[in-house]
Design a protein around this ligand. Structure first.
Ligand SMILES: Nc1nc2c(ncn2[C@@H]2O[C@H](COP(=O)(O)OP(=O)(O)O)[C@@H](O)[C@H]2O)c(=O)[nH]1
Ligand SMILES: [Mg+2]
Length: 289
């Protein structure tokens, strides 16, 4: 069982792979759309598959599947899927709307990095509600990493400033910074992220940085609209796609790569501390088809 075994695979169940005719291609396109790859990708992938099957005179269902996997995997090649956080300290801003799994993903990511031998510090940049910092504190305890927080309503920039000072003083490898998801409009969001960015420029010049957008896979194509707005304002370096365990629509991964041209770097596959996995395109399409 691979790491994607938790993804529900309702799609493609209805397809028989041994009759490669028009009906087959139609139901394949339909299944791809149901899986949330988006209509454009579905149409293109099926057309490409038709051409390949014709050119290579492919007849067996297994070969057809293999070609489809290759076609979909190519859609996912939009950049490096690894994190670049080599400087000490380095900083990752975790952004996204409420409830998508930012705080949980920071907990899981901190745990992973700690296991890799890194010294990690969480920055409670979501100061909107006291509960947000409390939740991050629970994750900090679980992952056994440090936490910098302030009072409810504090300026997130001030919390990040503190976190960076602490990181420099304590020789921390990575600062993972939580942010609020409840920013009422785009302008607010832009201002806030720009401010955080400026603080990093000033307090940790030359530090490696990641800006990771957390997206909930179950929100499907709606999430994609959100993601485009974040991309415009925040300059994303990667995506963390959560709740893939709860959806039959794993194809959203392909839609994201295609529409945003930003790599999915991690996927969330549950609520436990170990339920965050690095994304691997080949394994992913293997699991889906
Ligand atoms: N099933 C599942 N639930 C998740 C995953 N990631 C987060 N959650 C849940 O989603 C809810 C919101 O998560 P939270 O981290 O508080 O979201 P935030 O508002 O973006 O910080 C919580 O109940 C989490 O346990 C995931 O990968 N799979
Ligand atoms: Mg949160």
């Amino acid at each position: 069982m691979g790491i994607f075994s938790k993804i529900k695979k309702a799609w493609f169940n209805a397809i028989t792979w041994n009759m490669i005719d028009d009906e087959f291609y139609d139901s394949l396109e339909e299944s791809l759309i149901l899986a949330d790859v988006g209509t454009a990708v579905a149409a293109e992938a099926v057309q490409e598959l038709r051409d390949t099957v014709y050119e290579k005179r492919i007849q067996s269902g297994d070969e057809v599947k293999a070609e489809l996997r290759k076609i979909l995997a190519r859609q996912l090649e939009v950049g490096d899927t690894t994190l670049h956080l080599e400087t000490r300290p380095s900083v990752a801003l975790i952004i996204g709307v409420n409830g998508v799994g930012k705080t949980t993903s920071i907990g899981k990511l901190g745990h992973r990095m700690k296991e890799e031998g890194k010294k990690v510090l969480f920055c409670a940049g979501d100061t909107f509600r006291a509960a947000a910092a409390d939740q991050l504190e629970i994750w900090a305890d679980r992952a056994d990493v440090e936490l910098v927080r302030q009072h409810e309503g504090a300026d997130p920039g001030a919390v990040l400033f503190d976190a960076l000072q602490a990181a420099k003083a304590r020789d921390t490898d990575v600062v993972l910074c939580d942010t609020a998801g409840r920013l009422h409009n785009k302008q607010n969001l832009m201002n806030e992220l720009a401010k955080l960015s400026k603080i990093i420029d000033r307090e940790a010049p030359g530090a490696d940085r990641e800006t990771l957008l957390v997206l909930d896979a179950t929100t499907g194509q709606n999430g994609l609209i959100q993601a485009k707005q974040f991309k415009e304002t925040a300059g994303l370096t990667g995506i963390i796609l959560t709740k893939l365990d709860g959806t039959a629509k794993g194809g959203i991964v392909i839609a994201i790569a295609r529409e945003l041209q930003v790599p999915v770097k991690f996927v969330g596959l549950g609520e436990g501390i170990d339920d965050l996995q690095p994304f691997n395109a080949e394994e992913f399409v293997q699991a889906l088809i």
